[in-house]
Design a protein around this ligand. Structure first.
Ligand SMILES: [Zn+2]
Length: 854
């Protein structure tokens, strides 16, 4: 029984049989304000290579009322198991399906949201991976491209946006009809519809020969916070950069960017109608790191218009390539586009993407970048750090290997050759081989078909007078966790070695040597006979993907002077290395804290500051020896308070430390400061206690029992928005009482009415590291319910619960044993097993790190 699954084999068979010409899709959304279901009518024309053969079309809907194939009505029983059986095809076919489809509140399919700020209804679609079939009947696989013509009936006065430019609506009375022009040929998963009383701001991209209309949309309740000009500016930069690098004009008729509520991902690359999570419309002051992240997302989605939308993977096994390319493109554009505000984007990449990749690659679930994707369930759990972050890191390594000019030359040929079509990895590698003259088979086998991270260590011998006698780079095979797929191998690495000296209190690079590392030991003769520098940094410039260790003398200098590197990238690499060693139990948590306390004082990159702040908190909660944990947490809270007072008024650092203190405060004195900031009796020069910061302060006061439900209600009255409701849900679930925990648990596990965002907010409040005793009872409850959650909830919703409610703070052998007992007894489906095994790995790692800290 396929359920809602589709196997690769089925997709292959169907693609061999069918060629899809066009869809006409009529959606009647006049029911949107009431909710429930909406009428969906699809007419699809397609040919069959083998007349008389049968196939099926995909649809997830509460009811089908009409199925007509080539003028002949088919029995409604042909609709079963999320498919409609289509027997006895002709050479040329026309199929008409009428269905009642459901609005969702999970962010999948056609999401329906009511804004508490104005009581209005807002809709948008989210179709990746297989959810267009929740809105209209279609052949849901990326290689069956077609033209899509949408006709939409919706309330008068609404804004309706799709892939094609929005037409003038017609009709009178309460509803209007929008008839969109057919799209170019595209895959189902990038079609889109956004409808509701959204507000738009308009501009365009013009370069003489080319005119592309731009629109930026959000809900009216966010309009005052929408900085459309900044969004247009980044978008325009991307248009200039990508059109030149790709040598291919933007392929669609217009470019709309829509900020929509309760969006599960960061954004989605619907052709010409990109949707973004609307937290990117900043209601309160955020640091520059948030603006940088938003710009990166804008560029990422824009890059997908070519890589993904114009040229599309044949099947989901190349999802990694799709995402890695867009991620690489976003970073290189930020680094190189004239006028970019974030030319240090490779620092951010090292700091965030690499950290994510290294973490994911050490989980028991790690896998080669080229994953076996046999069906849709495989792909849904594969939106992970390997697909996005390791893939992008390895692509960066590939660019270093073939050279950036050859890389873009190959990409240009690839777009021209495959425009509007579907491809496999080999098509891109072939184009790159032609452009670079390099054979990429060995590279591909070593990097894409194996799992895990190599460790690079320096091997150094220094004479008494400080002269280097010999220097080599040692490479270790990945320590693959038990059960991991793939073989542990050594790989070819293109790396740089940086030589740093202390000059006037700054660590300055005095030389750089670039080389190929291959095998277990690679000697670097260029360094012999030279004076030993203060720091020798492997993988300088972050060209390769590897864990890097420092020699003892370099480590001592870095520990004392981490904040003194003149450039942000080597600082980020050293921060990452220290974090890595802490996670691996090679650096005690208390020593990592000491390093952070000294280094953060001089760290100017706000993105790095905020990452390290998060990591310190995590290390203290999970990796510190429990007997010392309270001391560490005290020290951290004291440091946050001092740093908050010392930071320049109105600076990003001040805001970052205020947020850190809001999460860390524990003494009466510190909590009183939070309360004072909240009620206005305390002030810190330059610190705006705005909506979001107020919720952070209140959240901590509630979790520590210093503020009650009435205070939450009062705050919600001040901020009666959807974000306010989510924060209030977090606060209520964070109350330190058994009743509050039981209520939160029941609302998530025993009931299925919460929206994706409110559920996420409740889970965030429920899990409080300071409330380990209250949470202890829930380990057993978790294992008693997790399988049923998996079986009865949508993919998004169950993923939130399985990962979010796992007893991650119960770091003990008992938690591991309970997990193992459940794994043995429950015989979970692979995707469920994977999620629980990943959560278990966090506890196992924490136990080891605690032992190291002891
Ligand atoms: Zn993407």
């Amino acid at each position: 029984m396929p359920g809602t699954n589709l196997t690769r084999e089925e997709a292959r068979t169907r693609a061999a049989l069918l060629a899809v010409d066009a869809y006409e899709i009529e959606l009647d959304l006049s029911s949107a304000r009431a909710g429930g279901t909406f009428r969906s009518t699809t007419v699809v024309r397609f040919t069959a290579a083998e007349p008389g053969a049968s196939t099926f079309i995909d649809l997830v809907a509460p009811a089908v009322t009409e199925i007509v194939l080539n003028g002949r009505a088919l029995p409604l029983e042909n609709f079963a198991d999320s498919r409609i059986a289509l027997p006895d095809l002709a050479a040329e076919n026309e199929l008409r399906v009428v269905a009642d489809c459901a609005y969702t509140n999970t962010g999948e399919g056609l999401h329906r949201f009511v804004d508490p700020a104005d009581g209005e209804t807002y809709l948008y679609t989210q179709f990746e991976v297989p959810d267009a079939r929740r809105v209209f009947a279609n052949f849901e696989q990326p290689d069956l491209k077609a033209a899509f013509a949408f006709t939409v009936t919706a309330p008068a006065g609404w804004v309706v946006v799709s892939n094609s430019p929005t037409p003038e609506p017609v009709g009178d009375g309460d509803t209007r009809v929008w008839t969109f022009e057919p799209t170019p040929r595209m895959s189902t998963y990038i079609t889109a519809l956004i409808a509701g009383p959204y507000v738009g701001v308009f501009d365009s991209y013009d370069n003489g020969a080319q005119h592309v209309p731009f629109g930026v949309y959000c809900r009216p309740s966010l309009r005052e916070h929408l900085d459309a000009d900044a969004i247009f500016a980044v978008t325009r930069q991307g248009f200039d950069y990508f059109q030149e690098k790709f040598d291919f004009p933007y392929p669609f008729a217009k470019y709309d960017q829509l900020f929509v509520p309760e969006f599960n991902a960061g954004a989605m690359e619907n052709a010409g109608a990109v949707t973004f999570r609307d937290q990117y419309v900043f209601r309160s002051k955020v640091t520059d790191a948030s603006y940088e992240a938003r710009a990166a997302t804008i560029l990422h989605e824009l890059a997908h218009m070519w890589f993904g939308d114009l040229v599309t993977m044949e099947w989901w096994n190349d999802l990694w390539l799709n995402e890695s390319f867009a991620t690489f493109a976003e970073v290189v554009c930020q680094a190189e586009a004239p006028g970019s505000k974030w030319p240090h984007s490779w620092t951010t990449f090292a700091n965030q993407m690499k950290t994510w990749a290294y973490r994911q690659d050490q989980l028991p679930s790690t896998h080669p970048i080229m994953a076996e994707i046999n069906d849709l369930e495989d792909v849904q759990v594969n939106f992970d750090g390997i697909t996005y972050a390791k893939g992008a890191s390895v692509l960066k390594q590939l660019v270093a290997y073939v050279g950036q000019d050859a890389f873009f030359q190959g990409v240009r040929a690839y777009f021209k050759r495959h425009a509007w079509g579907n491809t496999r990895l080999a098509d891109l590698l072939g184009a790159l081989e032609e452009a670079s003259g390099r054979d990429l088979r060995a590279w591909s086998a070593a990097w894409l078909e194996t799992a895990g991270i190599n460790v690079l260590r320096p091997e150094l011998s220094v004479a008494a007078d400080g002269t280097i006698e010999s220097f080599a780079v040692l490479q270790e095979a990945p320590a693959l966790p038990a059960g991991a797929r793939g073989e542990a191998v050594l790989r070819p690495h293109r790396i740089a070695v940086g030589l740093y000296e202390l000059v006037d209190g700054k660590l300055v690079r005095t030389d750089r040597i670039e080389l190929d590392v291959d095998g277990e030991r690679t000697t670097v003769p260029q360094l012999a006979g030279r004076k030993r520098p203060a720091v020798l940094l492997l993988n300088d410039d972050d060209l390769s993907y590897a864990k890097v260790r420092l020699d003892a003398d370099s480590l001592a200098v870095v520990t004392a002077h981490l904040g003194d590197f003149a450039d942000s990238l080597p600082r980020a690499l050293c921060w990452a290395s220290a974090w890595d060693m802490t996670r691996d139990g090679e650096l005690a948590t208390r020593d990592y804290l000491a390093l952070a306390l000294s280094g953060l004082q001089r760290e100017s990159d706000i993105g790095v500051v905020q990452s390290v702040q998060r990591q310190v908190k995590l290390a203290l909660e999970l990796y510190a020896d429990p007997a010392w944990r309270e001391t560490g947490l005290q020290r951290w809270a004291d440091a946050a308070r001092s740093a908050l007072h010392a930071a320049p008024a109105g600076s990003d650092h001040q805001l970052a430390w205020a947020r850190t203190l809001a999460g860390a405060a524990r003494t009466d004195d510190q909590l009183a400061l939070l309360a004072g900031l909240l009620d206005g009796t305390a002030e810190i020069d330059g610190l705006a206690v705005d909506t979001e910061l107020r919720w952070s302060l209140l959240g901590r006061l509630v979790a520590t029992g210093r503020a009650d439900e009435a205070a939450v209600d009062a705050e919600l009255a001040r901020d009666n928005t959807s974000s306010g409701q989510e924060h209030a849900a977090t606060c209520r679930a964070a109350r330190p009482t058994a009743e509050a925990k039981a209520e939160a648990w029941a609302s998530v596990v025993d009931s299925d009415t919460l929206t994706n965002y409110v559920q996420d907010a409740v889970i965030a409040g429920f899990q409080q590291p300071d409330q380990r005793e209250l949470l202890a009872a829930y380990t057993e409850k978790y294992f008693a319910s997790v399988k049923q959650v998996w079986e009865t909830r949508s993919h998004e919703i169950s993923q939130q619960i399985i990962g979010g409610l796992y007893p991650a703070y119960a770091v003990s052998q008992a938690t591991l044993d309970a997990t193992d007992a459940w794994l043995a007894a429950a015989d979970p489906a692979p995707a469920l097993r994977r999620q629980v095994v990943e959560a278990r790995a966090g506890v196992e790692r924490a136990l080891k790190a605690q032992a190291a800290d002891r």
